[in-house]
Write a protein that binds this ligand. Structure first.
Ligand code: ADP
Length: 253
């Protein structure tokens, strides 16, 4: 579990780069033969960075994100996260690792519709057993307060707006205090005002020490992110830092 120092920054195992992908190739076999989705990619992210992965549809963005989350394994190359070579873990080890180190946010929120919002946030805590059982409800309320929807805690997700559902998903992603938040097109189903507020939430998380890697293809996110990595045909074609002056709207406890 990530712990927090006096300055509120996430404390890691001390690896210089929190995320390192080295020469990652991912090939899929299909009827037409072998398709190369990622073609020898190098990718890095440091603690508290907000990295946007951009590029056209089919350029390999989601495949890259799946490598970072241990959801998919590379055909060749190394995925080293906080010093752990996760490409060497088996499926059971990966599931445990993922629960502790990664929180995920999706375009269509993926909240369980039969559970209340607070039950959705508690669920990853119940799976991972990191947060003591008698602290889970209180932590869930705290996380919902931080994203501004504590008053919606006991509703079913379908009664919430899209923006509120995405806030609930962001609270859920932090359930086990992971170092890394991975977000796949998190604003793709939101109006522009709500999308801006969601991006600001991610930005706030990075100010509090989390590392956010976000895939997006449809909007200019340079006002929020610290770096943009552009993919084309499974290759990194640009990697540029973005000057960023926006202030946090809240600080994580
Ligand atoms: P993006 O997120 O940039 O839209 P993806 O990473 O989803 O791109 O996909 C990159 C390419 O890999 C696409 O051409 C896609 O069809 C192919 N691809 C992705 N997953 C699979 C899979 N499981 N089997 C075969 N091809 C796949």
């Amino acid at each position: 579990m990530a712990t927090h120092g006096k300055n509120g920054k996430a404390r890691t195992n001390g690896a210089e780069k929190l995320i390192e992908l080295r020469h990652i190739t991912k090939q899929y076999m299909n009827a037409a033969g072998t398709f190369t989705a990622l073609d020898g990619i190098d990718f890095e992210a440091s603690t508290a960075e907000f990295v946007a992965v951009v590029g056209k549809s089919g350029s390999g963005k989601s495949t890259l994100l799946n490598m970072l989350g241990g959801i998919d394994t590379p055909t060749s190359g190394e995925v080293i996260i906080d010093g752990t070579p996760i490409h060497r873990l088996n499926q059971n080890q990966l599931a445990v690792w993922r629960g502790k180190h990664v929180g995920a946010v999706f375009q269509f929120f993926q909240l369980l519709p039969t559970l209340t919002v607070i039950e959705n946030v508690i669920l990853p805590m119940d799976f991972c057993h990191i947060i003591p059982i008698n602290q889970r409800k209180q932590r869930a309320i705290q996380l919902l307060e931080q994203v501004g929807i504590a008053d919606q805690a006991y509703k079913l997700p379908t009664l919430l707006s899209g923006g509120q559902q995405q806030r609930a998903a962001i609270a859920r992603a932090q359930a086990n205090d992971p170092l890394i938040i991975l977000a796949d097109e998190p604003t793709g189903n939101l109006d522009s005002h709500t999308a801006d507020a969601t991006l600001q939430l991610f930005k706030d998380l990075t100010i509090a020490g989390k590392t956010v890697v976000m895939v997006t293809h449809e909007r200019d996110v340079t006002a929020w992110v610290s770096r943009t990595v552009t993919l084309a045909d499974g290759k990194v074609v640009s990697n540029s830092a973005v000057p960023n002056n926006r202030e946090a709207t809240y600080a994580l406890a």
